[in-house]
Structure formats: structure tokens, C-alpha cells
Ligand binder design. Structure first.
Ligand code: ADP
Ligand code: MG
Length: 573
């Protein structure tokens, strides 16, 4: 449908034309008219379908010249990047409406500057729940005149533990309002929010034909244990993607991998939630402009990043969730271009996890052999030779002919000289091609299921008093250790601490990687559990987390993407 058929003002139509959108996407065509009517709407469609414009265009349209300085629309987004991005888009839609004033408020950035800009007056505030709460508490953000609240990526916000913040914020907004919710998935907690806070909402769903993106070719490699980094390097060297994104499951892995790739001369950088806002923005801009051509990220950090020309996605770690796989590979093959996604699996367990994902997403993920060192070397040598030939044809360095003549006079043949130069260039190009000689074995983390003989308990220094739920703990464990959720056993929550059954073989790794991390904003301590098994048993809030997971998995298979626990890992990024 054309934007001009949606009853939009001339100013908006001009702006949309300037941005270059031709037709409205399905979710836009379906929701824009309802939102302009003032209806409460639940909009569900997968990533990349243009949800920002679906709510952004009506939001901007609704601002009148007489709205002055007060906040009329509040938009909540899960991450700083998404808040910034949404705000940028609003600014584009309101390009020809100079009276519309927007302001983005998010954590990790100078609050004073945000206060100044709020004081100057804003009609549309886009923010992350935490920072919005902060401004409400400081009385620097007044929501008394808000007409519309929009929850963007609502599923993600709930997964990140923002539910309470969102409910508190909604309490500050007049009841007489429009409440709008956009989400890629509709798990039960969202339906609960909907029932509580929306009035007679219209549900607009856009179905995906195939769960994965047709324009993305998908391959996987089964590599020896401990050789994933080598395999990745080999692939980067062999395929030479112009712009690629590499996904890891943990922040730690992002850091390690970016360090390794940089040391091998790749123009790579990592992106995750522990980085300062300024350096995240810097990294992202460098990637968008092509100064960096490899971005290594966690799922949450990458969520919503809007770069069209990514030509390859690498899954360094197997995604912990089917939805993640779809989001990851959806970073490529955008805007009508084709893309490729490569998953690096190591060991039978990882391959079978990937095959589960393939079944669920109905994706065709084809196995490929890694290019051999010889193939890569030969390809590099060919490329150099080709480049030299082109250079000769272009006549670019003819001025050096005299020097060659001088060397020939000294008795070197032109053939010898050319061979030496080619050799130097080729070996410079190939010095980082890894070798696959002996596979290095590392302990097979998480292979032992919990509850088997080799499990011990660890004690984590947060409990019910810190409003901890089992899935928060599991999320933090998966996130910090990189182990699969199913490697962990029973989680018992007591008033002031929590115990978790973990595989004995991994206890050091687990304690090591969890030390100093946070759960639900609370810095934790972790040690081996010393208490008796049943101590305190009346007091504890015992849940067998594995039971929950099994149920969820079934639900997932039946097409409901309520993926509870494992997705909670995002709370910690
Ligand atoms: P979502 O929130 O559903 O994941 P976004 O709002 O981030 O999707 O949009 C994804 C991409 O599609 C962005 O690059 C956006 O500029 C582009 N886009 C949105 N609407 C249109 C449209 N009508 N025509 C062309 N491109 C669009
Ligand atoms: Mg979005």
C-alpha cells in the first residue's frame, strides 16, 4: 500500500519520500490508520518489518503546533541503541514539522545533558525504562500530559526484567490515554500487560511465510573442539565478506574474540552492554561507515542495529534460542540483497542443537567443509597475481621500470625480481591463514547433565530478598559461562542466597566466570555451597528449573515462542 493512501499529512508524506520509502510495509499499512484513530493496538511482526515507522509516523503526526513544550508521547525501548535509533527516525519523519520536539533518554549517558534537553521542552520522549524512572524520580520528566504510551519491542523489555519499571511508569501516565504495544513475539507475560493496561486493543499480526529469511543462504561447519577461532579466521580469509557480523553468547567471548581477531590484523571490534555508551556509539559508527568491517556482538547488543549492507553473519556460538537464530541471520540479506549465514559448530551436541533450530525455524542449513589451508593460500596467491596483472595493465607503476632496468644491469633478471615481489606480497597476505594440524581438546563443558553423579552445588549471594527468580539466575549463569541452560540443575532460592546444582567438572569455570557479575542489578558473590542439602528447607522457594524448561520447549515447538528462561540471559548484558 502506498503511504499516500494512509491519510497522512503532506509534511509526513514529504518526509517519507525524502527517506526513500516507497510502499508501506504490511504492519505499517495495518496499524497506522488504527493508531491515527486513537485506538489501542497490539502489533506483532518479526524484526525488520518496519515497526518503528508503524508507530513513529502516527506519533509524529499527532503532535500539534499548540502542544507546546509538554510531553505528549512516551516511547519505551529496551536498549539505548534502540532508543537512539527510534529517536533518529522520529526526527526524520518530522523533518518538515519544525514544531515537533523529540528527546531520547537512556542510561550510560550524561543525565545532566538529558535534563537540560528535557527542560527545553519535548513532545515525544523516547527512553529506556530505567532511565525514564530515573527522570521521573528526579522530577525532570513530567508525564501528566501524555496522550500516548508506546512499548516498542515489548517482549524484549519483559525479558530484560523491565516489567516492574514499565508498570510503575504507566502509573504516572494519565489513565485516559492510548496504549500501544509492538513486539516480535507474544509470550504470555505480554498478554498479561495488555489485559491490565490496554483498552479494547486491536490485535494486528503479520505472519511470516517461512520462519527464516529466504534471501539468506545458510551453512554450518563442524570443526574440531577448540578450533572455532581458527575456523572463523579461515572463513573470513576465504570468503572475504565486506561487512560481517559475528555473534557470541557472552560478553566475555565477544571481548576475547575481538582481541584475537584484531591481533591477527582484522578490522574487527566488539559490541556489548558493558561498554561505555560513547565507545558503543563509536564502534557502531565505525562499522556503519565501513572503517571496521567485522562487528562482534552479543544478541542484545546487536538487537535492532540497523545496517543494510552486512553480507555475512557468523554464529561463533550456537544461538541459545531459535528466535535468536532468526534475528541473527536477519542482519544480512536485507533491503533486497542476498546474504550468507555461517554457523560454526563444534562437537555433536552443538551440531544437534543447531539441527533443532533448523527444524523449528524450517531453515535449510547445509553442511559445508571448511576451505583447506591450501585452498585459501592458493586463492590468495591468485588474487595477488590478478591484482599485479591489473596493475601492469593500468600502467600505474610504470615509473619504476627504470629501477628494474638498473637491477637488471646488476645481473638480476626481471623474472627473479617479479617472483620475489610476488612472494613477498603473497606471504604477507597469507601469514595469518591458520593451520589445522592437531585438534586441541578442551574440557567438554556442560556435556554432563545435572543430577548425574558428578554434580555439586554453588551458592550465590542473592536470594528472595533481592527479588530473584530462578530464570534470572539461570540467565546469568548461561550468559557468564557460555554453557547450555540444560547443564544446570536445581535452583533453590532462599531468603538471602540461592543454590544451584552444577556439573562438578565445571565448578571452577562457573565460579570464575560468575564472580563479579550482577543478577537483577545486584553484584553477587559465588562459592561452593557448604550447607547441608536440606537446611532451611521450609523457607526455600524450590523450583526445578529443568521442569519449566521442558514445558517451554514443547510450547516452542508448537509455534508459541515463549522461550522463558534462556532468553533471560539478556537481562545481564
Ligand atoms: P522492526 O522494528 O520491525 O525490526 P525497523 O523499524 O527497525 O523494523 O525497520 C527495519 C528497516 O526497514 C529499517 O532500515 C527501516 O528504515 C526500513 N523500513 C521501514 N519501513 C520501510 C518502508 N516502508 N519501505 C522501505 N524500508 C522501510
Ligand atoms: Mg524495532
Amino acid at each position: 500500500m502506498l503511504f499516500s493512501d494512509l491519510g497522512l499529512s503532506d509534511e509526513i508524506l514529504k518526509a517519507v519520500e525524502k527517506i526513500g520509502y516507497e510502499e508501506a510495509t504490511e504492519i505499517q499499512a495495518k496499524t497506522i490508520p488504527l493508531l491515527m484513530e486513537g485506538r489501542d493496538v497490539i502489533g506483532r511482526s518479526h524484526t525488520g518489518t518496519g515497526k518503528t515507522a508503524a508507530f513513529g509516523i502516527p506519533a509524529v503526526s499527532s503532535i500539534q503546533k499548540g502542544d507546546g513544550n509538554s510531553v505528549r508521547i512516551l516511547i519505551l525501548c529496551p536498549t539505548r541503541e534502540l532508543a537512539m535509533q527510534a529517536c533518529d527516525e522520529l526526527d526524520k519523519f518530522s523533518d518538515f514539522m519544525p514544531w515537533v520536539r523529540t528527546c531520547a533518554v537512556y542510561g550510560g549517558a550524561d543525565i545532566d545533558r538529558q535534563i537540560v534537553s528535557l527542560r527545553r521542552g519535548a513532545n515525544i520522549v523516547v527512553g529506556t525504562p530505567g532511565r525514564v524512572m530515573d527522570h521521573i524520580n528526579r522530577h525532570t520528566l513530567k508525564l501528566d500530559n501524555v496522550r500516548t504510551v508506546i512499548l516498542d519491542e515489548a517482549d524484549e523489555m519483559l525479558n530484560m526484567g523491565f516489567r516492574e519499571d514499565i508498570e510503575t511508569i504507566l502509573g504516572f501516565v494519565p489513565e485516559e490515554r492510548q496504549t500501544v504495544l509492538f513486539s516480535a513475539t507474544m509470550p504470555e507475560p505480554i498478554m498479561a500487560i495488555t489485559e491490565k493496561y490496554q483498552r479494547d486493543p486491536v490485535v494486528v499480526g503479520v505472519e511470516q511465510k517461512s520462519r527464516t529469511v529466504d534471501s539468506v543462504e545458510q551453512f554450518y561447519f563442524d570443526v574440531p573442539m577448540g578450533r572455532k577461532t581458527d575456523a572463523l579466521q579461515m572463513l573470513l580469509l576465504a570468503y572475504e565478506p565486506k561487512l560481517s557480523m559475528i555473534f557470541c553468547n557472552t560478553k566475555k567471548m565477544v571481548d576475547e574474540l575481538s582481541e584475537q581477531l584484531v591481533s591477527k590484523g582484522f578490522r574487527a571490534a566488539g559490541l556489548h552492554g558493558d561498554m561505555k555508551q560513547a565507545s558503543r556509539t563509536q564502534t557502531l559508527n565505525a562499522f556503519k561507515s565501513g572503517r571496521l568491517n567485522i562487528l562482534i556482538a552479543t544478541d542484545v547488543a546487536a538487537r535492532g542495529i540497523d545496517v543494510d549492507d552486512v553480507d555475512a553473519v557468523f554464529n561463533y556460538d550456537i544461538p541459545q534460542d531459535c528466535e535468536y537464530y532468526i534475528h541473527r541471520i536477519g542482519r544480512t540479506g536485507r533491503a533486497g540483497k542476498s546474504g550468507v549465514a555461517y554457523t560454526i559448530a563444534s562437537g555433536r551436541r552443538q551440531v544437534s542443537e543447531l539441527m533443532d533450530i533448523a527444524r523449528y525455524t524450517k531453515a535449510h542449513i547445509e553442511r559445508r567443509e571448511l576451505p583447506s589451508r591450501d585452498e585459501v593460500m592458493a586463492a590468495k596467491a591468485n588474487a595477488v597475481t590478478e591484482a599485479v596483472k591489473n596493475c601492469v595493465m593500468s600502467g600505474k607503476y610504470e615509473r619504476y621500470a627504470e629501477q628494474v632496468a638498473a637491477l637488471e644491469a646488476e645481473g638480476f633478471s626481471a623474472e627473479q625480481l617479479a617472483a620475489a615481489l610476488l612472494g613477498m606480497k603473497i606471504s604477507a597476505e597469507t601469514k595469518n591463514v591458520p593451520e589445522f594440524i592437531k585438534p586441541v581438546f578442551r574440557p567438554n563443558r556442560g556435556e554432563k547433565g545435572s543430577g548425574k553423579s558428578g554434580s555439586v552445588k554453588v551458592e550465590i549471594s542473592v536470594g528472595r530478598a533481592n527479588k530473584i527468580a530462578p530464570n534470572f539466575v539461570l540467565g546469568a549463569l548461561v550468559d557468564a559461562t557460555g554453557m547450555a541452560g540444560k547443564s544446570f540443575g536445581k535452583i533453590d532460592i532462599y531468603d538471602r542466597f540461592t543454590t544451584v546444582e552444577v556439573p562438578e567438572a565445571d565448578k571452577e569455570h562457573i565460579i570464575d566466570s560468575m564472580t563479579g557479575t550482577k543478577i537483577n542489578g545486584q553484584k553477587i558473590k559465588i562459592k561452593l555451597y557448604e550447607g547441608k542439602d536440606n537446611r532451611d528447607s521450609k523457607d526455600k522457594d524450590r523450583r526445578d528449573y529443568r521442569g519449566d524448561r521442558k514445558r517451554d520447549f514443547k510450547r516452542q515447538r508448537h509455534g508459541n515462542h515463549n522461550t522463558a528462561g534462556r532468553r533471560n540471559s539478556k537481562r545481564y548484558q
